[in-house]
Design a protein around this ligand. Sequence first.
Ligand code: GCW
Length: 712
Amino acid sequence: MNAEESVELEQLMFVEEPMDGDDPRVHPAWLPPEAFRSLGARRVLLHGEGLLVDTVLNEVSRACARYGGRVWHSPSWDVDVDLVLALRDAGELPNPSVEAARAAGEAALVELGDGGTLGDEGFVLARAGDVTAVLADAPAGLLYGLFHVVRLCAAAFDPARPPERHRPALRRRMLNHWDNVAVHPVMGQVERGYAGGSIFWQDGRPRGDLARVREYGRLLASCGVNAISVNNVNVARTEALLLTERLGDVAEIADALRPYGIRVHLSVSFAAPVLLGGLPTADPLDEAVRAWWAATTRRVYDRIPDFGGYLVKADSEGQPGPFTYGRDHADGANLLAEALAPHGGVVHWRAFVYNHHQDWRDRSTDRARAAYDHFAPLDGRFRTNVVVQVKFGPVDFQTREPVSPVLAAMPATRLAVELQVTQEYTGQQRHVCHLGPWWSEVLGFAPWGPGGRTIADVVTGESAAGGGMVAVANVGDDLFWTGHPLAQANLYTFGRLAWDPRQDPTAILDEWITLTFPPSATADADLVRRTLHEIMDDSWRTYERYTAPLGVGFMVNPGDHYGPGVDGYEYTRWGTYHFADRDGVGVDRSRASGTGFAGQYPPYWAQVYESPETCPDELLLFFHHVPYGHVLHSGSTVIQHIYDTHFAGVEEVTAMRRKWQTLTGMIDPSVYERVAERLDEQVRCATEWRDQINTYFFRKSGVPDERGRDIY
Ligand code: GCW
């Protein structure tokens, strides 16, 4: 490709007049102008009023201005159109063919049953004659309907397209930003952030680039996210002030995100009454403390009427909490819930509570047990506007863990599952690691046994009253939002799975590819699609192969959690051990001889996990300490499995890099270069993982590789 061509391609892919902020050009992620080509060439009628209807109007106008379509926003126009987006209660339309499409939508709703309601966010899409109709009960439904039309491209206008109704399975689809306002001396501007600085904060102040925040809101709305928390769950002094003195900064973000249907939440310090209110205590049962939270929360709603609520990390890794006052976590959560209730707010209370001052010599404490031990006994005591937010695994966002038993232990509590989009333990956005398949596996897990209710069912709850899905965000002020351009797909996938947890992650990835690399903007669309699938589809399993084996977890460098550090945490206070010795490896978490963690599951899985004979291979070392010669269900021994997977993992990464090279000249050169550079690092790092893990276990066990490959 010559320089001129590359400039042209770049112009095609980037938002030309991006935002009014400092960044001259920011990658449009999955919403490049080209993705709107099909919509933008149509005649569109918008029918209804409201802030989010205006957002739809802006989107359609922008697309039509670029691609030659037209847009009308008035019911009085008797015009022929290709698409009508209408609020159902907005009155009749003068044009007969448009009215017919609308009637088709209404008829479809009756046919699809369920009382014909679409709720706050749902929509129906139907065809009649040459017109596609998108109907919604509320403006947010029209916004989601619009992005559905964008995703469908020409298929939205296919005469044979049957009617379809869409409603989110989960009411709240939330991202948590671990962004600090002031730069933390160790964790920096964004804790576990791998995409530069924060899009909200910089050096103790708001970053001031609200255009970028708006663009972020647009991206999130287009994949279905409707809530974010804007500061780290580790709340330090400056961040605590967001609740009071600096509330105006939060309000500005809320204003920027409101047009995209996104509500803002705040991480608060449980000690706020002391820190900010000058009270002598933060005891949840103290009357003055309750009054302080009530008054403070009222002021929050005066300023931000649609404020979402609070997010709390309490009694965990140094954060204050109710334990200080001899109270439990239901007392703590209910205190904040009581203050939020009159305003319709919700408190997300994290179940990530454990003793982080363990002694590796003492095997009676098991970090995996902690969340269940603290929270399961409290089931039924939380107010209805409390959501207990549970990390998907019992330890900490590892590449492989069993699903947290807490999610099956609290039937009378609203539970949310917490995922990690930011790739703390999964390659830090330097490695390609597409997490959709992993999250789908977690969501599809049936804790009461195969065929029973799943995690997706639990977080959906009866009549969608469950706690929803939450994930730690992965964006920053990086040009590509996520450092690694392909990590954008994880953010997109989270949103889409939160909208419908039963969707096939490969189909979601395919959507992302079509939007991000629009076929009309690539020389060989099939090659691009195929290659991206080949690189990404199985990349989480590839990552698993070259890192910690068989579910044992945490063989990472302490502190930054990047790269191999087999014994990095083995003698620390964090409770994450693998117990490898000359005979074997793994943690005995059985009831019979171990920590008893396996017994926290309902009977079916408690029994499966209890014995090395029935425990699935991929979790064997999470649940059992076994000899290196132990034969897996796969037929391989543990030690040979370690060698084989580590060699295979590096070969797969090398193949990924080769495949990527076939895309030279096919895609935006800056995306190409950024990914190419990261793939070099992934090959380097995977090789390091392979050699350190293999050498470590060879030295411990003395068992040679059956195939005589290089082990050092
Ligand atoms: O995984 C750990 C991270 C911490 C994080 C903590 C948590 C925000 O290493 O950086 O703190 O989890 O989830 O609270």
